[in-house]
Design a protein around this ligand. Structure first.
Ligand code: FAD
Length: 427
């Protein structure tokens, strides 16, 4: 009899799971395991909540055959007396260190499953990773794809293995999660994918920048936790002509290969530009709490606080305001996003923040977004701002993005702050 542990991390699904499919093929006894790691849980109550939903769903999909432990994965694995460990490879420094620790105590095999194209699968001549997106996208588009893995047959845990309880959220984190989080898990991810392919993909190119409508897939948390397979999403979108969505998935892989090559992406400037950042705790606090006086940014920050998610166009504007207009270090903004985003992911978060800050891979590092011009263009009737900034709900389209036109008294009456920085005339 040979026993294998499949250690789940951020691949919380049964469909297209290469490590799980290989475990079933290669071994008599398969023990699916998830280890709750307090160091990761402490980073975000929102992600801890989504994780628990996803684990509950995974346990159900495996008909109860998911072992849950808390603490150190290496110890948990040792106590399960397995011959081998199968794991989906990951790119972050924490995941890499975990992989090294496991390899020291067990026979470890790693599999792909987190990306469409894994880091290192494509590389430019004379380099180990791409520094600019467009050539990466060209290479990514023609890189060979693996076959989707078959779903596993019903599994049964060996009789000596106790599955263990799934704890309550309160037992894992002290902070309160945001009130309107998406529900985690593979069934919910697949439901959203099917719905988006059916009725969102056709208009994605046209609506993806409009935050006031449901124009994007909202799959990011499900991709972050692997409740859906990135490869399956890419292939099903490509089969329906959804090239624009496929391109966004290439951005995700682009930042993964960047993090793989530059493990301190979350800490150090990828392209240092000698920028001196301003210390301004009050401005940072106003930004975090959605009180900058710039409606589109405040709407985004409040969406983040209540839903654990923010529309991409607004993420760009909120980040640009913090780093380019307020001169505050991108690391402070990235830390706040990382605490609240259900899709919070080191590669995508740090990669995008550095892109906006001009220390990353943007080929135009001095670009500054004008939040009023952008708001007029992408939220022309103010629907998005009105939804998240109720103080401005009654204003017409002319004032909703520039409430300072009402003057100090008008703002005071609304209970809305004057802008923290002067925005150049929008017209
Ligand atoms: C400052 C900033 C921070 C960000 N932090 C994160 C983060 O922590 N985690 C995260 O997943 N995304 C992050 N993004 C990227 C992007 O905003 C989200 O992926 C997107 O808004 C998710 O919504 P969606 O699933 O509806 O996207 P869709 O438009 O439906 O796109 C489909 C998928 O493509 C991927 N994707 C889309 N845009 C990007 C992008 N610019 N970079 C990388 N992947 C992308 C995501 O996996 C997304 O789910 C950040 C963007 C900015 C500007």
């Amino acid at each position: 009899m040979s026993r294998v542990v499949v250690l789940f991390t951020r691949d919380l699904r049964t469909r297209d799971h290469p490590a799980l499919a290989a475990a079933v093929r290669d071994h008599d006894e398969v023990v699916p395991l998830f280890v709750l790691d307090d160091r990761l849980l402490a980073r975000s109550a929102n992600r801890a909540a989504f994780l628990l939903d996803s684990l509950e769903a995974l346990r159900k999909a495996l008909r109860g055959a998911l072992v849950v432990r808390r603490g150190d994965p290496a110890q948990a694995i040792a106590s399960l007396r397995a011959d081998s460990v199968y794991l989906t490879a990951d790119v972050g420094p924490y995941a890499r260190a975990r992989e090294r620790r496991l390899a020291a105590v067990a026979r470890l095999s790693t599999f792909s499953g987190n990306a469409v194209v894994d880091p290192g699968e494509v590389a430019p001549g004379g380099g180990d990773h791409y520094r600019v997106f467009t050539p990466y996208w060209r290479a990514w588009s023609t890189a060979p794809r693996r076959e989707l893995a078959p779903p596993p047959p019903p599994l049964e845990l060996p009789p000596d293995v106790e599955p263990g309880e799934l704890p309550e959220l309160r037992a894992l984190v002290t902070a309160e999660p945001s009130p309107h989080l998406p529900r985690g898990g593979e069934p919910e991810g697949r439901r959203r994918l099917a719905a988006f392919l059916e009725s969102g993909l056709d208009r994605y190119g046209e609506l993806r920048d409009v935050p006031g409508v449901e124009g994007t897939s909202r799959l990011s948390p499900y991709l972050r936790f692997g409740c859906v397979s990135a490869l399956e999403v890419a292939e099903s979108a490509a089969a329906r002509g959804g090239d624009e969505l496929v391109r966004q998935l290439a951005w995700r892989d682009f930042y993964r290969q960047l993090l793989a090559a530059f493990p301190s992406l979350g800490r150090d400037d990828y392209r240092p530009r000698g920028r001196r950042w301003r210390q301004d705790p009050d401005a940072l606090e106003a930004w975090k709490s959605g009180r900058t006086g710039i409606p589109i940014v405040d709407a985004g920050m409040r969406q983040l606080a209540t839903e654990g998610w923010m529309h991409n166009r607004v993420r760009l504007l909120a980040a640009s305001l913090l780093v380019k207009s307020l001169g505050i270090d991108w690391r402070a903004g990235a830390a706040h996003f990382s605490e609240l985003l259900v899709d919070g992911d080191l590669a995508s978060n740090a990669g995008n923040w550095q892109w906006v800050a001009g220390t990353g891979t943007d080929t135009r590092p001095n670009r500054v977004f004008n939040p009023v011009r952008q708001a007029r263009r992408f939220d022309p009737d103010g629907a998005y701002v009105r939804r998240y900034v109720p103080e401005l709900a009654e204003l017409g389209p002319a004032e909703v993005h520039e409430p300072w036109r009402l003057g100090p008294l008008g703002l005071e009456e609304l209970g809305y702050p004057p802008p923290l920085v002067e925005i150049p005339a929008s017209r």
